[in-house]
Write a protein that binds this ligand. Structure first.
Ligand code: UD1
Length: 421
């Protein structure tokens, strides 16, 4: 198993190019099931989760030609509609094939993803919405079996809770349904927006793209013909590198970013004392000598993203004063707290809020990555810890960060990937 050996204390400089967004690419790859023709995707991040979902498509019988950032996918050859446990258990987002498989083939079986490190993460809202669209759903043997032999029907869906994956699944299902589907309380994350845009560009009439209310006129079962899709820049990867600049007190430039998508992170970093220079699709962070404490609450877009909570906690550890961080989206997303405390942080948890007392120094230690974003928080802390930090179980990082150690090394960090003996 690989681990990262990081020697802290190096200043960073120069620039880094942000990769395509994993969370945009995953639903877009799933959406290719709605087509029986070749689809080209560009600017894919070179990460394990993308390879996992592409592997699932080949297991279904699709043809995939993938080379790092580009994939040509032909799902005209699909022969199976069963997404097996071996894949879904590796990556929860595989549940995104449920909506498109059901919409195109009238039946499918998808393994239940189960809980994960950051919480229970049920899919009840996805299933309830598909039932309102006429699907018969049965849970048996760990699988969701869904059927809609005469096709899905447009319906009015009101989500009790804003769900990114749920909205994506229903948008994809609605694209081939009979009639119009309205989704109230839809997620409006940029990744959902890009999925809607891709489907709209294929000729499906969608109103309300980028808002909490979507209306989708289905094609009555006719498969779509997609244009080439260039995946949007990863706002979480960008936010993570901004935190790397801030925590190491370094000016660095990020290329290929969408400023609008990272507004929440920029605002919080400004309140912590950082300043920014924005150009077309690049941003330079000028850190502040003294990091001010922060108060933040994770919430749906355009609010502060839960996927940036751990990285900001690492930054708050080095602030002068006490920060308060409240996690509202997931019930167990504080696994990084005890690992940060092993490096010398002073974080105290009460329910869904973490009180972070800033410290002057962190000290390198062995730490364990527990989930994707928690892992990047440990890497950030290690960049400033005195001595050597070994971040173990980095398969979590490999799921979602494209060449993290390569990009950080290029910026001047002392970080190497090593193999456990
Ligand atoms: C997506 C992102 C993830 C991000 C999250 C919230 C991908 C691949 N993953 O995850 O990185 O942290 O959005 O921004 O895009 N819920 C239910 N029932 C459901 C569905 C969700 O109760 O049927 C709950 C979840 O447990 C959670 C909340 O709703 O508490 C939001 O989850 P959701 O937006 O669905 O997250 P994901 O799509 O899984």
């Amino acid at each position: 198993m690989d681990y990262l050996e990081i020697k802290g204390g190096k200043k960073l400089s120069g620039s880094v190019t942000i990769s395509g967004a994993k969370n945009a690419a995953l639903p877009i790859i799933a959406a290719t099931i709605l087509s029986d023709k070749k689809v080209t995707l560009t600017n894919l991040p070179n990460v394990v989760d993308i390879r996992t979902l592409l592997k699932l498509l080949t297991m279904l019988g699709g043809e995939v030609d993938h080379n790092k950032t580009i994939a040509n996918i032909n799902n005209g050859t699909i022969t199976s509609t069963k997404a097996v446990y071996e894949i879904v258990s590796q990556m929860r987002a595989s549940i995104l094939v449920l909506g498109p498989l059901l919409a195109r083939f009238g039946e499918c079986e998808v393994s239940l993803p189960g809980g994960c490190a950051i919480g229970q993460r049920p899919i009840d809202l996805h299933l309830k919405a598909l039932e309102s669209m006429g699907a018969t759903i049965e849970i048996k043997g760990g699988y969701v079996r869904a059927e809609a032999k005469d096709g899905l029907k447009g319906a009015k869906i009101i989500f009790d809770k804003i769900t990114v994956g749920g909205t994506e699944n229903i948008v994809m299902a609605a694209a081939l349904a009979h009639g119009t589907t309205t989704i109230i309380n839809a997620a409006k994350e940029p990744e959902v927006e890009q999925l809607c845009q891709m489907i709209a560009d294929a000729g499906v009439k969608i109103e309300g793209i980028g808002t909490n209310e979507l209306s989708i006129e289905g094609t009555c079962g006719k498969p779509l013909n997609f244009k080439t899709v260039e995946i949007i820049p990863d706002r979480i990867e960008a936010g993570t590198y901004l935190c790397a600049g801030a925590i190491t007190n370094s000016s660095i430039t990020l290329n290929r970013v969408n400023h609008g998508h990272i507004r929440a992170s920029i605002d919080k970093l400004e309140s912590m004392g950082c300043t920014f220079e924005l150009e077309d699709d690049s941003i330079t962070i000028h850190p502040s000598e003294t990091i001010k404490p922060v108060s933040l609450i994770t919430i749906e877009y355009p609010g502060f993203p839960t996927d940036m909570q751990a990285q900001f906690m690492a930054l708050a550890v080095m602030a002068k004063g006490e920060s308060l961080i409240e996690e509202r989206l997931f019930e167990n997303r504080f696994m990084h707290v005890s690992e940060l405390n092993r490096l010398g942080a002073d974080i105290w948890l009460k329910g869904s809020t973490a009180a972070v007392k800033g410290v002057d120094t962190l000290y390198g230690a062995d730490v364990m990555a527990t989930d994707l974003r928690a892992s990047s928080a440990l890497v950030l802390a290690a960049l400033v810890a005195e001595g050597t930090t070994n971040v173990r179980r980095i398969y979590h990082l490999d799921r979602g960060y494209d060449d993290l150690e390569g990009k950080l090394s290029k910026l001047g960090a002392d970080i190497v990937r090593k193999k456990e003996v």
